[in-house]
Design a protein. Structure first.
Lengths: 259, 259
């Protein structure tokens, strides 16, 4: 019998028609659709571990996942099979052999999220599933000033969902920026890990800074308050995309190239 | 009775579910949906003239159209009404009063088209309705060299559909460029006017240059041959977007600001 292999998958999806990453008994989810497709190909039921449990409606360009299998199928053949069996809104972009014990979630050293906003009088037609629409002109400079306050190590208790189960809310954000170009506003947040709804609450808070309801100084107070009720609303999922997951020196087992 | 007004509309649409711009008796079209919505609001049947008759599946960020009406409805109210009555994949972004006699098609001094390609092993999930997928790595430098040969005034007989009705195929292209960034390849073509399918045939020909089937010198020969059969295929519509229509000094009547 062949030994156990660990595979690393890089996955892109349009989250519009998924009820998020995590398997649910009755709803279509990314993890569920991948695990079902894998089972149809290999007749083996595996757990596919994602680096981030994206919410319903959130997209991914570079979600990363890992699985352990004893099946000998080649990476290219597996990729073709998974892409044939899943919907067109879910694509496995790359499959690599990983070192034994590699976990896409635990070994991730960084995650980059991007949130896109159309700041214009009329809503987007082409970007209607990928952009939040904000009519009132946003103050990008104020948003950027407030965004920089999130950088560094903080207690993000005010910026997580009430049902977030992580013991500690203390995390480090490496980078949080707001950039405007024409009528598009792009918020990027990069950190090692995130709490439940954290990026969307940060975005919702920055949007209130952009509209003048909060000042950058207010954001400092909200962080210090550790009070979710004081932060802005949870921004709609459709603007959010998990762009990339990093596996740096802290990643432990390194991954080899495509089979 | 109030005098006749001329309105200029800037329109964005996701062409995926439209059978193109031009009214058809049984199919959903952009022009048809706009004219029907206008009629429901004003009880007046008008002809809405587009600057470009985009094909089925082609998108627009800045399609421009004009219409003449005797109705006194304000531009903002009309915009709200049209956006309420048309699908979410069709948005009127701006309505301006234009000088009498302004025609969005005849007065256009330039049109900018963009074609987007994902050049990667796996197809796009998020960009599946906006990008052509090309697996084989494209030679961007060769494509760019060939693209520059389209610039200037040429007889584009080899680059138009057989049922194109324009008398002369002689036109000027101001700019034709190919740019690659990460796994996205973007082709931009700007000119005063275009023949039927012209941009898509140019793109199909450049793709054959990118894959090595044509050399840049071949493109010069194809242009000179005036033979459609020698050019590349008509590239799929989903990668194409009409980005902007220009009304420069040759535009005649100038348009006023938003009402």
């Amino acid at each position: 019998m062949p030994g156990e292999r660990t595979l690393k998958l890089v996955i892109e999806y349009d989250g519009t028609l998924f009820h998020g990453w995590q398997v649910q008994s009755r709803e279509r989810t990314v993890q569920g659709e991948l695990q079902d497709a894998f089972e149809r190909i290999t007749h083996e039921r595996v757990h596919i571990q994602g680096a981030g449990r994206t919410d319903a409606g959130v997209h991914a360009l570079g979600q990363t996942a890992s699985l352990r299998t004893r099946h000998e199928i080649g990476s290219r053949e597996l990729m073709r099979g998974l892409n044939a069996l899943t919907g067109h809104d879910l694509v496995v972009k790359r499959i690599e052999e990983a070192a034994p014990g590699f976990c896409a979630c635990r070994n991730a050293t960084g995650r980059l999220y991007r949130y896109r906003i159309l700041n214009a009088p009329a809503p987007p037609a082409l970007g209607r599933t990928t952009h939040l629409h904000v009519i009132r002109p946003l103050d990008i400079d104020a948003m950027n000033e407030a965004a920089s306050l999130f950088e560094g190590r903080h207690d993000f208790e005010a910026f997580r969902a009430s049902d977030c189960e992580r013991a500690s809310a203390e995390l480090a954000i490496e980078c949080c920026t707001v950039a405007g170009k024409d009528d598009e506003v792009v918020i990027e947040v990069r950190g090692q890990a995130f709490l439940m709804n954290m990026v969307r609450i940060i975005v919702g808070t920055l949007l209130w800074v952009g509209s003048g309801r909060f000042s950058p100084a207010d954001v400092e107070d909200i962080l210090a308050s550790r009070d979710r009720a004081r932060a802005g609303p949870t921004a709609a999922p459709r603007g959010l995309v998990l762009v990339e997951v990093y596996y740096g020196e802290r990643a432990g087992p390194s991954t080899s190239s495509i089979r």
